[in-house]
Design a protein around this ligand. Structure first.
Ligand SMILES: [Zn+2]
Length: 284
């Protein structure tokens, strides 16, 4: 049984050693597992939902001193706890230790734009038969965040487990869901003030989400939820009207101002047009 503080104190390298061992102990097959150190750990299970969290944190050092306010059931560290997203990592391991065997993905580089998740979708050619994806990487108590996914049935389904829709900018599922055409949600896992040394974890709230996720793993739907997103009409790019043409035709190239060069470079004025005009004007 892995301990919560242990998950905070371990380096990413150590987690890449330890997590596969835990998964093997819990009945995941070596053949159904991919471990790409510094990118991701992926394990296929027998529950058709994939759980995701990220191993990297924004803090440059590991937390040495971890304090526990037992009254409030809160953890923090003066070095920065790293509960974003080690709380998610711990929660997934806790769920696995509770004898649930969903598909699992631990990534690296989430805080650097989802590098691990990007490699993952490039590497995995066969999309597993899953109903939807749950990431455990959201601050707070009961948020569910869907990013670009606007599948209403899915949103209502997730909210029925006691979450309330909120909005966010990015996490790993922002890469995986559109690529796999599968709906996904990011759920609150009890951390606050992430990306700062003031970060703390509310253990009670984390445990609440763990219980909800277990419920979700038991009562999954028959059909997968698909990724639906806004259809953005691509506007035709129109160049802004500059008065540049009149001012530069009668100039040789090497005397253009920076602004005129910029206009040429950005295609507001085609180089060829420029030459044609130039040639006409000067009869070359
Ligand atoms: Zn995170």
């Amino acid at each position: 049984m892995i301990k919560l503080k242990e998950v905070f104190r371990m380096s990413e390298d150590q987690l890449y050693e330890r997590i596969p061992k835990i998964l093997l102990q819990k009945g995941y097959n070596r053949d159904d597992m991919i471990v790409f150190k510094n990118d991701y750990i992926y394990a296929q299970g027998n529950i058709p939902i994939m759980l995701v969290s990220h191993l990297d944190t924004v803090h440059s050092i590991l937390p040495k001193n971890i304090f526990n306010d037992q009254k409030q059931n809160i953890l923090w560290s003066p070095e920065g706890l790293g509960a974003d997203d080690r709380a998610g990592v711990y929660s997934i391991l806790k769920i696995v230790e509770g004898n649930f065997k969903p598909h699992i993905l631990f990534t690296s580089g989430e805080e650097s734009g989802g590098i691990g998740a990007s490699y993952f979708v490039e590497d995995i050619l066969e999309i597993p038969n899953i109903k939807y994806i749950i990431e455990l990487d959201r601050q707070g108590n009961n948020d569910c965040v869907f990013y670009e996914c606007i599948n209403d049935t899915f949103i209502k389904f997730i909210e029925s487990y006691g979450f309330i829709e909120n909005y966010g900018s990015f996490t790993d599922i922002s890469i995986i869901c559109p690529s796999w055409n599968i709906a996904g949600v990011n759920l609150s896992i009890g951390y606050y003030n992430q990306h700062s040394k003031m970060e703390y974890l509310n253990i009670t709230e984390m445990n609440k989400t763990i219980e909800k996720v277990k419920n979700m793993l038991i009562t999954y739907p028959k059909d997968p939820f698909v990724f639906e997103t806004y259809k953005i009409k691509k506007k035709k790019r129109k160049s802004k009207k500059y008065n540049i043409k009149t001012t530069i035709y009668n100039k040789p190239l090497n005397s253009l101002t920076d602004q005129e060069y910029l206009a040429l470079e950005r295609g507001l004025l085609q180089y060829d047009d420029y030459l044609d005009e130039y040639n006409t004007r000067y009869n070359y």
